[in-house]
Structure formats: structure tokens, C-alpha cells
Design a protein around this ligand. Structure first.
Ligand SMILES: [Fe+2]
Ligand SMILES: [Fe+2]
Length: 363
């Protein structure tokens, strides 16, 4: 094992010995896979260094490969499946189609054909999967394609799913799908170098990016499109508390479809900004929404969205960051990311009362 300073820790390594806080509370049991989130936690607790396992440590190897297997097996299995292969081929076709539609509109003023777009993307959704696997498929597609076109397809599919959960009629689901596909068309007017810049944007660059909702709405205004599609392009970065852009609108000024697209947009952005080698943990995403403040989003939509995502995992086994495992028993409506669990040792654990613990993975 190697004593390593926190600042030098790499995500993906394992600690060899348990880590305790200065008050003697155990923060991490031995042989825990260190994620970026856990490294931040160690920093938060003021830990200066930890003992890292060397690959030659035989005990650690046995432990970690079992742990790793639990984390990745679902994604690995999914990626090897024939269904995923079919999805990938279809998805690539749709992405190319969307790209050429955008291109034709912007360079040759060829009108967008929303019906054609909707039909193609909806088939991707309707033909293949249950609600859970759409998320899993999208998550796994991330590693294949991370373009604005792929993002637009993801937002369309996620928004459509939320629309179904809200029991919207088919006609509205179609408008919502088109709104998702076209919401970021204004990004085509922003310098590609800025959009793909890896680091933080300068204030000037950010103010340019902030033009994309207005630019998008202007492009779409010349098309024969449902008004709700144009509004979604214009308002999808507005937030109900007035903290959004470009016009700092308040809840009652933002269109319903823009609120739905905003949720799908943020969900997709959140899942893309992290390394999901270990598989998407919906509770982490939900916790991020809660940290940001649910009041920013249309409450009637965000609560349905997050609750339905959690419902999919009710009764599932989960792994906590201290290595313990259990089942989800009850959702705490005040804090959706912190349900009541029944641990495998028979104890009940209310995560609301244990801020030091969080659900790390669905197993
Ligand atoms: Fe956007
Ligand atoms: Fe977007």
C-alpha cells in the first residue's frame, strides 16, 4: 500500500485501510473504490492522506474485482446485448438525419419537417424499450456520441417520457418531442470552439453561449411550427425563480413545454458531465437537482419526474458509500434522494438523519 496525499488521489483507486474523521467517525471502510465524489468528501472532512492499495495486494484484488463486477455488470451486459446494438444503429441514423436537417435549414433554408423528425425519433422510443431502459440506453450511448445532435435526441426522448408520465395526449407528446429535438438549434450559430471548450468559459464566451435561445427561436420563427416549439427553444434556460436566461422570466411567464424541456435538458447535461463508467446512479442525479433547488423547475413537473425515476428503483438493492447494502423501503417526500432503507443486517436507516451517507449505486 502507498500513503497518498488527498490532492494526488485518482478516482478509480482503492483505499487499503479504513479512513476515520478527526473525531473518530469512520468515513470510508477499507477497500472502497474512490470516486471523485468520495475524494471531495475526504477533502470536506479535512483528511490529508489515505493509504492506497497497490495492485499487487492479493486480498484487495479479490475484494475489488467483486465490487467492480457488481458496479459494471449491468452496463456491460447492456452494451453487449443485441438490443443495444440495434438501438445504437438506429440512434446513429437519427443523429445523422437531425444533423442534415439542421444543416439544410441553416445553409439552404430548407424547411424543417417536424412530422418526419418526430416519426423517426418516436420510433426509437416506442419500438424498443420500457421507460427504464431508455435511460440506460441513453446513458450507454454517451460513450459513443456526445454531440449537440445526440443531446437533442436525448432531450426529446426524456421529455417525451416525462410527457407520458404526465398523461399528455399523443398530439402534445409529438409537439414535445419536436421541441426537444429543436431546443438547441440556436447552438449552430455559436462558435464551435466555444461550445467544445473543455475548461470554464470566460464571461464574454458565456454571454455568447447565452444567445443561443434567442437565436434558435429566431431561426424557428421563420418556419411553420407550433408556437410551443419556438417557446421551448426561447425559454428552456429560464428558471422559475427568475435565475435563468436570456430574460430572467418567472414561473408564470415560462411556457409549460419550456419547463418540461428544461428538466430533460438539465437531466441530460448532468448525466453527461460525469464519468459514468460505474453506471448511472439516479439518486446522485436527484441529489444534484435537490442541491440546485427544485423551486427552479416547474414543481408540478419536477416532482413527477424525480418520483417516477425513483419508483422504477423501489425495492431495489442499493450500495451506500460506507459499503453497507440494503433495500429502498420508503421515499421521503421532503428529500427524494434520501429514502428510508432496510439494511441487510436487519436495521432500518433513514438517510435524512445521516448526511454522511448516500446511495452510491443500484446493485
Ligand atoms: Fe440550450
Ligand atoms: Fe440543451
Amino acid at each position: 500500500m502507498t500513503k497518498t496525499a488527498i490532492k494526488d488521489l485518482l478516482a478509480g483507486t482503492y483505499n487499503a485501510t479504513p479512513v476515520y474523521s478527526k473525531t473518530g467517525q469512520m468515513i470510508l471502510p477499507a477497500h472502497t473504490l474512490l470516486t471523485t465524489q468520495q475524494i471531495s468528501r475526504l477533502e470536506f472532512y479535512g483528511i490529508d492522506w489515505v493509504n492506497i492499495q497497490d495492485p499487487s495486494d492479493p486480498v484487495a484484488d479479490a475484494d475489488t474485482s467483486a465490487q467492480e463486477e457488481e458496479f459494471v455488470s449491468f452496463s456491460q451486459k447492456l452494451r453487449k446485448s443485441r438490443e443495444f446494438h440495434t438501438f445504437k444503429v438506429d440512434y446513429k441514423k437519427q443523429t445523422q438525419f437531425l444533423e442534415s436537417s439542421f444543416d439544410n435549414l441553416l445553409t439552404k433554408s430548407t424547411p424543417v419537417e417536424p412530422d418526419k423528425l418526430i416519426k423517426q425519433v418516436s420510433s426509437l422510443y416506442v419500438n424498443n424499450f420500457t421507460s427504464l431502459s431508455v435511460f440506460d440506453m441513453l446513458h450507454n450511448m454517451r460513450q459513443v456520441d456526445d454531440s449537440t445532435y445526440a443531446h437533442s435526441i436525448n432531450v426529446a426522448l426524456i421529455a417525451r417520457m416525462l410527457g407520458e408520465w404526465l398523461h399528455l395526449p399523443e398530439e402534445e407528446l409529438n409537439v414535445l418531442t419536436a421541441a426537444g429535438l429543436l431546443h438547441d438549434i440556436g447552438k449552430c450559430t455559436i462558435n464551435q470552439k466555444i461550445l467544445s471548450k473543455p475548461g470554464a468559459l470566460t464571461p464574454t464566451e458565456f454571454s455568447q453561449v447565452k444567445q443561443h435561445p434567442k437565436n434558435g427561436a429566431n431561426i424557428l420563427a421563420s418556419q411553420k411550427l407550433d408556437k410551443r416549439i419556438i417557446e421551448a427553444a426561447l425559454m428552456h434556460h429560464e428558471r422559475c425563480d427568475g435565475s435563468g436566461y436570456p430574460s430572467k422570466l418567472k414561473a408564470n411567464e415560462i411556457s409549460d413545454f419550456a419547463k418540461i424541456i428544461a428538466i430533460a435538458d438539465v437531466y441530460d447535461a448532468m448525466t453527461s458531465s460525469r464519468c459514468y463508467r460505474k453506471g448511472l446512479c439516479p439518486f446522485e442525479v436527484i441529489a444534484t437537482f435537490e442541491r440546485e433547488g427544485l423551486e427552479k423547475y416547474g414543481t408540478e413537473y419536477i416532482l413527477v419526474f424525480l418520483t417516477r425515476i425513483i419508483d422504477t428503483y423501489m425495492g431495489n438493492s442499493v450500495l451506500l458509500n460506507d459499503g453497507s447494502t440494503g433495500n429502498i423501503l420508503l421515499i421521503n417526500s421532503q428529500k427524494l434522494s434520501r429514502p428510508l432503507l432496510r439494511l441487510n443486517n436487519g436495521e432500518y436507516l433513514n438517510l435524512i438523519k445521516h448526511p454522511e451517507l448516500y446511495i452510491q449505486a443500484i446493485i
